[in-house]
Design a protein around this ligand. Structure first.
Ligand SMILES: NC(=O)c1ccc[n+]([C@@H]2O[C@H](COP(=O)([O-])OP(=O)(O)OC[C@H]3O[C@@H](n4cnc5c(N)ncnc54)[C@H](O)[C@@H]3O)[C@@H](O)[C@H]2O)c1
Length: 421
């Protein structure tokens, strides 16, 4: 069965096309939409080299209505995914959504209900769950290697300051310049929820101060964040994520009743298992990080997070139950994302713990279906418009954004590559 796939957002969205080609995922990319016309010009030639010849659009509705696509990869601004996903689902189109699923509780409720009404597949492309070592940790946790969950912690450290101009193109209103520091939480929290299947019930958020190395590029928010998330079984996850001065890293620690699993840098992991020596001191076996095969998934695909996500999504559409079980659905996507959304409310309340709703439940939906509080002036106004930063508004002169825009335009000419720049 041939599935025609459209892509919204010609930056990150195209990583899926590259991965499909490289890893042998059968996918037909027939449409690409991006509102930034200069980018489309560049993308065309590169996609042709990969053997794809999609129709190009600058208008999303046009792509949804004119191209006959069966599925869409929603990879536009991280704050605008819910509306785009709903527009597709209402037209009977399956959705693979980049991070994050929604910007506000009201959007999250509308998205859940749109998925349920549509009967179409919604998958959340939280790629950190599919990095080989994080996936191994998940598989081992689920089969009981370390016993029951006691606690978990994860980091996602990604200092984007040196390429802020490429990411924001000097747009004052770009989401990276205004979202709360806690917003982008699913690269750290996601793999913990994916492994354990637990649900968040309460969060305490911590905002790390706005740093000059980001402010000089236009960021008006905290530069990193932490969340402590209480789970439905009374255990806790700790998450640290953001722009800290260290080369990129993802780390995951799961602590169980019989041992723990650590994963690092996407490709390394260690298991510590309590043994029977009973000397009373450090009686743990350290097991080497040997990867298990991923049942039903070709190794080339299992090695590449984007290929794996796409294969699972397309498999679910084709009715392949084995591939479908690797996909992340809407309820778990929100388990991963709501802690960051509500952590900002905790930060603004001076660090008080804040309850996290469960939008599987009708009562929670009704409570939040009109709650659009967020930091985006395109979505919220008046009292609903929350400050991006808890320590006071950060004023940034126009010249900063003008300089970033110039650098971005120059880079588009000199260093374009398909996917994230
Ligand atoms: N999973 C990962 O590892 C990872 C890494 C980077 C980015 N991302 C995600 O990928 C997405 C894209 O990231 P980005 O930094 O390139 O974001 P971005 O805000 O710069 O937008 C991406 C592209 O979408 C286009 N776009 C935005 N709104 C549009 C609209 N209404 N119509 C048509 N085109 C539109 C923009 O012109 C841009 O080229 C985000 O959701 C981000 O969270 C994920």
């Amino acid at each position: 069965m041939s599935i025609r796939v459209g892509i919204l957002g010609a930056t990150r969205g195209l990583e899926f096309a590259r991965a499909a080609r490289r890893c042998g995922v059968e996918a037909e990319f027939t449409a690409v939409c991006d509102g930034y016309a200069p980018l489309l010009g560049k993308v065309k030639a590169s996609l042709l080299e990969l053997g794809f010849e999609p129709a190009y659009y600058t208008d999303y509705t046009g792509m949804l209505e004119e191209t006959g696509i069966d599925a869409v990869i929603v990879a536009n601004s991280a704050t605008d995914h819910a509306q785009m996903a709903i527009a597709a689902l209402e037209r009977g189109i399956h959705v693979l959504s980049e991070v994050l699923p929604a910007q506000t509780p009201a959007q999250a409720v509308a998205l859940v209900e749109a998925v349920e009404r549509s009967g179409r597949h919604y998958a959340y492309a939280e790629n950190y769950c599919y990095f080989r070592a994080n996936l191994e940790a998940a598989m081992r946790f689920r089969r009981g290697d370390i016993g029951d969950l006691v606690a978990g912690e994860a980091d996602f450290i990604n200092d984007c300051s040196q390429r802020w101009h490429l990411l924001t193109r000097g747009l004052r209103g770009h989401w990276r310049n205004h979202v709360p520091a806690t917003f982008y939480c699913t690269h750290s929290l996601g793999p913990l929820f994916y492994a354990t299947g637990r649900r968040p019930v309460r969060v305490t958020g911590f905002e790390i101060k706005n740093q000059e190395y980001l402010r000089i590029h236009g960021a008006r928010n905290g530069s990193a964040a932490m969340e402590i998330v209480e789970l439905d079984d009374g255990s806790y996850f700790k998450s640290l994520h953001g722009n800290l001065k260290r080369p990129w890293v993802t780390r995951l620690n799961l602590f169980g009743t019989r041992g723990s699993i650590e994963s690092r840098n996407a490709g390394e992991f260690t298991v510590y298992r309590e043994n029977e020596a009973a000397t009373g001191y450090n009686d743990f076996d350290t097991l080497p990080g040997t990867f298990s095969p991923v049942p039903g998934v070709a190794e080339a695909i299992a090695q590449n997070a984007e290929a794996f996500i796409l294969a699972a999504f397309l498999g679910a559409i084709r009715g392949d139950a084995n591939l479908a079980r690797y996909s992340i659905g809407i309820y778990q996507a929100l388990d991963m994302a709501l802690p960051g959304m509500f952590a900002h409310r905790s930060v603004l309340a001076g660090g008080a713990p804040v309850a996290i709703p469960d939008f599987r439940r009708q009562a929670d939906r009704d409570k939040y279906r009109d709650d659009n509080r967020c930091t985006d002036p395109g979505v919220a106004a008046g009292e609903e418009l929350l400050p991006s930063y808890s320590r006071g508004e950060i004023a940034i002169p126009d010249e900063v954004y003008e300089r970033e825009a110039t650098l971005a335009a120059e880079a588009m000419e000199k260093q374009f590559r398909l996917g994230m720049l």
